[in-house]
Design a protein around this ligand. Structure first.
Ligand code: SF4
Ligand code: SF4
Length: 338
């Protein structure tokens, strides 16, 4: 495990962070064992959010007695002062602590949303107030539009950014990380497997580890998963491996989907998942979760080709800020299922 000072925040963070998003899906005893095993084995960064069901409560139940051993990061997806303030206080109560080390304004993907959170009466004001009261040590931001985040952090109002960086979504490498580096900000990558789609797993975990980030958040739910993730960061990445991972990322990231979710489909096709997984699927096949995804959505994918309102001008493509050819990719994916 590597430890580095967390940009201007300074705390020596472990290169692997515990993503607690999926803990609500497993028995409490299992979650408790995974969290404690992680702390016992050198992970000192715990990431959660008020919006991750009862994840914060699980943290409170499982490791609040070891509070001095970890850097605690949570998020609020509220945009106005009053509800954000309420949510921050609720997070502290749920996690049985008097402060979080980092509060992130969560999932900011639209300019209008950013403005709402930052204007007078917005969520940022609640974060600043909590900071003055000692309830929040630092303020960060998360989002899925790296080029917008790169503009917003120039305001100097944030100490850290959480963003996608994985073999199939390497976009932050060019669009965001250089700016964060210049501003000496905390750099945290998330979703090394992009929600269970990317393989080989070891390469997927080692890719963000090979990049200029302080922490990679991996969503984990068991001692075995923690052990597997730690093992993938046991040795440093040499130049040859770095080049190999870089080449793979160029190949797997050709779909250009940022997972910003601007698109929506009347047939409820999960477009970003198909965009991101299709290139990995064609090259390496899929992990069990990916296969389950295609089984589950098979009928929907097949119906895209016949959906009349999209024949002339696909509805989803009109909303994509990156002008991606989603209909073609969905139809190719559907054809591969027949
Ligand atoms: S083109 Fe296909 S995926 Fe896009 S909105 Fe229409 S039906 Fe949905
Ligand atoms: S397909 Fe386009 S709009 Fe949809 S999530 Fe990807 S980048 Fe965003």
């Amino acid at each position: 495990m590597r430890y580095t000072p967390f940009g201007k925040i300074g705390y020596e963070v472990s290169s692997l962070g515990f993503g607690a998003m999926n803990l609500p899906g497993v028995p409490l005893e299992q979650a408790r064992a995974a969290l404690n095993y992680a702390l016992d084995h050198g992970i000192n960064y715990i990431d959660t959010a008020a919006g991750y069901r009862n994840s914060e409560e699980i943290i409170g139940e499982s490791i609040s007695h070891r509070r001095q051993e970890y850097f605690l990061a949570t998020k609020t997806n509220k945009r106005d002062y009053a509800t954000a303030k309420e949510e921050i206080n609720r997070s502290l109560m749920r996690m049985k602590t008097d402060h979080v080390d980092l509060l992130q304004i969560h999932y900011v993907n639209y300019v209008t949303e950013y403005q709402k959170a930052m204007d007078e009466g917005g969520a940022y004001e609640a974060a600043l107030e909590a900071q003055r009261e000692g309830k929040v040590r630092h303020i960060g931001i998360t989002g899925h539009r790296p080029e917008l985040l790169a503009k917003w952090v120039r305001s100097g109002k944030f100490d850290q950014v959480l963003f996608h960086l994985n073999l199939a979504q390497p976009f932050a490498k060019e669009e965001l990380i250089p700016v964060l580096n210049e501003l000496n900000m905390g750099r945290v990558a998330m979703k090394p497997l992009s929600g269970g789609f990317i393989q080989p797993v070891e390469k997927a975990v080692r890719y963000p580890y090979s990049q200029d980030v302080h922490v990679t958040i991996s969503g984990m739910v068991s001692v075995d998963e923690v052990r597997e993730n730690i093992a993938a960061q046991e040795r440093e990445v040499g130049e040859e491996e770095r080049q190999e991972l870089h080449g793979l990322a160029l190949e797997l990231g050709t779909h250009s989907c940022r997972r910003c979710n601007y698109c929506s489909c009347p047939l409820e096709i999960p477009i970003p998942d198909v965009m991101i997984s299709s290139v990995v699927r064609d090259k390496f096949g899929l992990l069990p979760k990916g296969n389950g995804f295609y089984d589950k959505h098979r009928e929907k994918l097949l119906s895209c080709a016949d959906y009349e309102p999209c024949r002339e001008k696909p509805l989803c493509e009109q909303k994509c800020p990156y002008h991606l050819p989603m209909r073609r990719v969905i139809m190719e994916s559907a054809a591969a299922l027949v």
